[in-house]
Design a binder for this molecule. Structure first.
Ligand SMILES: Nc1ncnc2c1ncn2[C@@H]1O[C@H](COP(=O)(O)OP(=O)(O)OP(=O)(O)O)[C@@H](O)[C@H]1O
Ligand SMILES: CC(=O)N[C@H]1[C@@H]2OC[C@@H](O2)[C@@H](O)[C@@H]1O[C@H](C)C(=O)O
Length: 391
């Protein structure tokens, strides 16, 4: 089955599309990645997203404009993906949409909102669309995140030691695959969320992120600010847990700075990078991780990666590219895989990761132009991911 995955994460920097041929073959899910592409949101839509995300308030008109705008933006990228990645034909589109609010109260996820109406994608491509992939797990009592855990668990299943996958997006999340144990997956805390908020704040919006970690590299970690940030009770909470920019946003950072003032912006960035490295390392140490497979935009930040290496001596640090999962395409491929599982009647959520009562089939299906035809439900879930080819 030729599947396109569409994703935009909490950094809302671009709409990512990745395509792959997916097939169940005995105990293996065989993935042949076909390519990936990325397209920035139109400026006006990106401004509306930025202006509607927490801690901002949004009207229902804003929500309708976002649901339509994100849906149309995803539809445009999906049409490009069919043409440029799939040779003009695909079978399914799986759309994560744009997370606008992840509703967590006292560690329980009460709801989660991803906008981007799938009908626009189905209309533009003529293909069936799986969307709203988090709600099924939340309704089953889970966190609804991180959902990349299924791809991680299948991809790392055959690796020795205690391998883990790390996504350094706006939020950092890990999936730990210890031998003989059910996979663990949770958000460790902010990765680029606070770094980006700080750069936008200190540059009055002239810069969106710390390119190459240059600013953090020029700064010095402030121990008092780091202590204030590390005192957040989120880090002591056990897994399963998830978070987002509902918690880690600019007012949160400014409140920490009020308690521990730091004069130099580069010192704030150095401290935030160290916060990410320490909180990720603490999570890895707690679960005896011996190898860390890194993906996400933070993998392009050598200062952050260097701090992570300092915090995790003896742990093998590498890119997901080494497993055949291109770092920048991994989340989109992961959602393609989840939608593929759904149409084959297989669960995409991992209860040991999200805390759900059961392993839910994920997503809602929007028909394409043809009558909906689903494969016969698969007899057994896959136990490993076998990635072939490459591009
Ligand atoms: N060259 C670079 N140097 C430094 N940081 C970078 C670079 N490229 C990307 N980033 C960081 O990565 C971020 C985007 O990462 P990514 O696309 O993985 O986030 P996301 O998927 O939106 O987030 P999440 O996984 O939390 O949903 C940027 O906002 C920026 O902070
Ligand atoms: C609600 C939501 O969108 N959460 C994101 C966020 O960004 C990273 C981390 O927190 C992860 O838990 C999740 O996304 C990734 C793709 C996931 O579900 O695996």
């Amino acid at each position: 089955m030729r599947v396109i995955g569409l994703m935009s994460g909490t950094s809302y920097d671009a709409v990512e599309a990745a395509a792959a041929d997916l097939e169940l073959r005995g105990e293996a899910l065989v993935m042949r990645p076909l390519g990936h592409l990325s397209a920035p949101y139109p400026d006006e839509l990106r401004d509306l997203i930025a202006g509607s995300l927490p801690p901002a308030a949004a009207t229902l008109r804003d929500v309708a404009r976002l649901d339509t705008g994100v849906g149309q933006a995803f539809a445009e990228v999906a049409v490009r993906a069919v043409r440029e990645l799939c040779g003009g034909a695909a079978d399914l589109v799986v759309s994560h949409g744009q997370t606008m609010y992840h509703w967590v109260e006292d560690g329980t996820v009460r709801g989660t909102l991803q906008l981007g109406r799938p009908a626009w994608i189905a209309e533009a491509t003529g293909l069936p669309v799986v969307s709203d992939l988090r709600s099924g797990d939340v309704a089953a009592g889970g966190q609804g995140a991180p959902l990349v855990a299924m791809t991680d668990a299948l991809a790392l299943a055959a690796l020795p030691g205690v391998p883990a996958a790390l996504n350094l997006g706006g939020i950092a999340n890990v999936t730990v695959v210890a031998p003989g144990a059910e996979p663990l997956a949770f958000d460790t805390g902010p990765a680029n969320a606070l770094l980006d908020a700080a750069v936008r704040h200190f540059t009055d919006g002239a810069a969106q992120y710390d390119e190459g970690g240059r600013r953090a590299g020029a700064g010095r970690v402030d121990p008092a600010l780091l202590r204030v940030l590390l005192d957040d009770p989120y880090y002591a909470r056990g897994a399963p847990k998830s978070t987002g920019k509902e918690r880690f946003h600019l007012p949160y950072l400014l409140q920490a700075l009020a308690a521990a003032p730091v004069a130099e912006p580069d010192d704030v960035l150095a401290t935030l990078a160290r916060l990410t490295a320490v909180t990720v390392a603490d999570a890895c140490r707690a679960h005896g991780v011996t190898r860390l497979v890194v993906s996400g935009g933070g993998a392009h930040n050598p200062v952050l990666m260097g701090m992570l290496a300092e915090e995790l001596p003896g742990v093998d640090l590498g890119s997901s590219d080494a497993l055949g999962l291109p770092s920048d395409a991994k989340e989109a491929l992961a959602f393609a895989l989840l939608g593929f599982l759904t149409v084959n009647g297989l669960p995409g959520a991992i209860p040991s990761g999200t805390g759900a009562r059961r392993a839910a089939l994920l997503g809602s299906i929007t028909p394409g132009r043809e009558p909906l035809r689903l494969p016969e439900p698969a007899g057994q879930p896959p136990r490993m991911l076998h990635i072939t080819g490459g591009y």
